[in-house]
Design a binder for this molecule. Structure first.
Ligand code: S3P
Ligand code: PEP
Length: 421
């Protein structure tokens, strides 16, 4: 496994970083385009491991996927009759949870598998939901099989989506194409990452689908066509977080252009986190600029809605000038890796104090030292290690290549922050 010496900033980082498309928006747009009533074009498409797995999965099932010559971020999607095939989900939650409800509409058997590490990610909630909606599914985790009958009944289903918002989103995205639509009711502890559910609702509505959300924790999707839409994908604001954090830990200035004025991306909330830590931000002409302080302040934050930002925020907390408590994120144990265990192990190994609580982390800053930061095949663990290494000489991040899950250019972009090419 590779070892990447994290670049060290010799002073405040001053940079402008233009981020590629959002993983979450790209993979939703791809499902909707594949099930639409005509061809669609995606512009600003993220091309990364997670989104390329979605493109390949759809192509395997009979969708015509055509990147524009010379511009891989413009992708033409022409729906076709779906048939059976083998889908590799890698470690992508959006592929393993969004594609099975679409596969249920195929004529044929669709076999799903993924990385070894993906086999322990929670899936039974959505597979049980499909079974109760009239779909034949063998298995409760990867690998599993969906035996598509060319159509699916749909109807009402009650699920406990407290383990992942993606269970709700996966059903929402394909629901209109089920004979009776799907009415999803959630019963259990609160659904995490609700901005991601809002993103799904907003995008299916943009595609002309009727969704009734007037009852709390219930999403009633009426049956009907999904309209073809030419999707313009926003930059990935969750990937932006690590770069903005570079300003926070070096007292620098980082600007991200094309920052959407209105968005459902949870990454937008990172601005509030930075304010809480003592940074200043400014949105001018569509560009967001963060002005860092010398040392961010410790914080007490409930991250239930923005769990995917936790590795970046935890790294900031390890470099802060006071204790932090991050809560509401028990579900992160089912992310790419058990992120609570991984963060506490790695921060502690570099001399910090980070302990797991029942639903989060307690981080007491200490002077960090050199050492190896392990990534656990988790892109956001890798970027968190890079952030700590930016101000801690001698940090080597193993498997930095895992950032290709959502940002293949991360090592070069990060080195660019300190002027190393
Ligand atoms: O729907 C999505 O695009 C996502 C939903 C969230 O999943 P969880 O609700 O499982 O945290 C988030 O963490 C993930 O990175 C992307
Ligand atoms: C949790 C994440 O990914 P996934 O879509 O694989 O769940 C993430 O990107 O932080």
């Amino acid at each position: 496994m590779s070892s990447w010496s994290a670049p060290v900033a010799s002073g405040p980082v001053v940079a402008t970083v233009d981020l590629p498309g959002s993983k979450s928006i790209t993979n939703r747009a791809l499902i909707l385009a594949a099930l639409a009533d005509g061809p669609s074009t995606l512009s600003g498409t993220l091309r990364s491991r997670d989104t390329d797995l979605m493109l390949s999965g759809l192509a395997t099932l009979g969708v015509d996927v055509a990147p524009a010559p010379g511009d891989p971020t413009t992708v033409h999607i022409t729906p076709g009759p779906l048939h059976g095939g083998r889908v590799d989900c890698g470690l992508a939650g959006t592929v393993m949870r969004f594609l099975p409800p679409a596969a249920a509409l195929a004529s044929g058997t669709v076999e799903f598998d993924g990385d070894e590490q993906a086999r322990s990610r929670p899936l039974s909630t959505i597979l049980d939901a499909l079974r109760s909606l009239g779909v034949q599914v063998d298995g409760d985790a990867l690998p599993f099989t969906v035996i598509g009958g060319g159509a699916a009944a749909g109807g009402e289903v009650t699920i406990d989506a407290s383990g992942s918002s993606q269970f709700v989103s996966g059903l929402l995205l394909s629901a209109a194409r089920y004979d009776q639509g799907i009415s999803i009711s959630h019963v259990g502890k609160p659904v995490p990452s609700t901005p991601h559910v809002d993103m799904s609702v907003q995008m299916v509505r943009t595609a002309g689908v009727v969704v009734d959300t007037s009852v709390a924790d219930t999403w009633r999707v009426l049956p009907g066509p999904i309209s073809a839409v030419d999707w313009q994908i926003e930059p990935d604001l969750s990937n932006a977080a690590a770069f903005l954090a570079a300003a926070a830990v070096t007292g620098g200035t980082v600007t991200v252009p094309r920052w959407p004025a209105v968005t459902t991306q949870p990454g937008a909330t990172f601005v509030d986190v930075l304010h809480e830590m003592g940074c200043r931000t400014e949105l001018v002409d569509g560009s967001l600029t963060v002005y860092g302080t010398e040392r961010p302040a410790g914080v007490a934050l409930d991250l239930h809605d923005i769990g995917e930002l936790t590795p970046t925020i935890a790294a900031l907390c390890a470099l802060a000038d006071g204790e932090s408590v991050l809560s509401g994120i028990a579900h992160l144990r089912g992310h790419e890796t058990d992120r609570l265990a991984a963060l506490s192990t790695e921060i502690t190994a570099l001399g910090g104090h980070c302990t797991e609580t029942a639903d989060g982390l307690r981080i007491v800053p200490a002077t960090l030292h050199d050492g190896t930061w392990h990534s656990y095949a988790d892109h956001r663990m890798a970027t968190a290690g890079a952030l700590i290494g930016l101000v801690t000489p001698g940090v080597a991040v193993d498997d930095i290549e895992t950032t290709a899950k959502t940002l293949p250019d991360f090592p070069a972009m990060w080195s660019g922050l300190v002027g190393v090419s």
